[in-house]
Design a protein around this ligand. Structure first.
Ligand SMILES: NC(=O)c1ccc[n+]([C@@H]2O[C@H](COP(=O)([O-])OP(=O)(O)OC[C@H]3O[C@@H](n4cnc5c(N)ncnc54)[C@H](OP(=O)(O)O)[C@@H]3O)[C@@H](O)[C@H]2O)c1
Length: 294
């Protein structure tokens, strides 16, 4: 395990809550009753809890791996748990990882999962799942596939917002109170220079607006809404591959062009999420911590 992760584990692990109570003696009885309640099944009842959508692949899986190693309770959701081999392996290695089925545009599933975890406080709700596409054909003026466009808006904007609203009370009951949205630099209206990926860009710009507005609605509840563009992260750590010839050619090209952020960008985002305060709520951040123009 990386030194960074080990240090964070010490700082973040659940015993922090108990230690704070003992050392400061500042908590009132009512605050103590507001401490996280975690569903049976997790190894560390006092550890902070994160729920991640789309945790079976790429960024979502990388976040699940890192938070699991940090000792958090991880509710790793995905559309098809039976096919999520790597997530299943992670859960086999870490008792603090629970896999749940969740399609973020399935109202019945969203409601059922929120109900199942109604007694669990969720410190960080990570809205990671999305249709992540810069595909040229159906995304190009003159050839737009409008049904596909609608699906992208539904998943990337409405799905994230519905999941957030469904789990809002779980987040409000937690200590850290954070709802994080994975957006994209492609959602920056100020930054559009080439006429590509209109559906994806529109979905992320719309998501930014939805989450910015939501952040204002949630401020009085103390809930922080983080809007973070993760960049294209080398989640497989191809940059450090022992056998560079085994790296897929598209990744080799991205590495050569400097268009891939290192795997450590996941750690950087975890650190960014960790230091977000209410003042950062509704601010559009890049994974580096730079504030992006809308
Ligand atoms: N990779 C990038 O370059 C990049 C850049 C900027 C922003 N982002 C953003 O970062 C986040 C993660 O991207 P990624 O690269 O990890 O994308 P990815 O590899 O395409 O993975 C997308 C994830 O979302 C899930 N998903 C899609 N539709 C869903 C639905 N209706 N319900 C539940 N899950 C659903 C997928 O599940 P299935 O496996 O079942 O399809 C998959 O787990 C996204 O929000 C993306 O827009 C990525």
């Amino acid at each position: 395990m990386k030194l960074f992760s080990m240090c964070r584990m010490v700082l973040s692990a659940g015993s922090r809550y108990a230690t704070e109570i003992l050392l400061t003696g500042l908590l009132t009885i009512s605050q103590m009753f507001a401490l996280p309640v975690v569903a049976a099944g997790f190894a560390e009842a006092e550890a902070p809890t994160i729920l991640i959508t789309g945790a079976n692949a790429s960024h979502g899986l990388a976040f699940a791996e890192e938070y699991a190693a940090l000792g958090w309770n991880v509710i790793a959701t995905c559309r098809t748990p039976a096919k999520a081999d790597r997530l299943n392996s992670l859960a086999a290695d870490y008792p603090n990882v629970i896999i749940e089925e969740l399609d973020i545009v399935d109202d019945v599933q969203i409601t059922a999962l929120a109900d199942k975890y109604r007694d669990t406080s969720i410190d960080v709700l990570m809205n990671n799942a999305a249709i992540n596409t810069f595909r040229f054909g159906p995304n190009r003026f003159g050839r737009i596939d409008y049904e596909w466009f609608e699906e992208i808006l539904k998943v990337n904007i409405i799905g994230q917002l519905k999941v957030s609203e469904a789990f809002q009370e779980h987040v409000e009951a937690s200590k850290q109170k954070k709802i994080i949205s994975m957006t994209s630099t492609g959602g920056s209206i100020a930054d559009v220079k080439v006429p590509i990926a209109v559906a994806y860009r529109a979905s992320k710009a719309g998501l930014n607006m939805a989450m910015r507005t939501y952040s204002i609605a949630l401020k009085s509840k103390g809930i922080i809404v983080g809007i973070i563009a993760p960049g294209t992260v080398d989640t497989e750590d191809y940059m450090n591959a022992e056998d560079p010839s085994a790296v897929p050619s598209n990744y080799r090209n991205m590495i050569k062009a400097g268009r891939l952020a290192p795997r450590t960008a996941i750690d950087d985002m975890i650190a960014l999420i960790d230091r977000l305060t209410l003042e950062d709520s509704g601010v559009y951040y890049e994974w580096t911590g730079k504030v992006l123009p809308w």
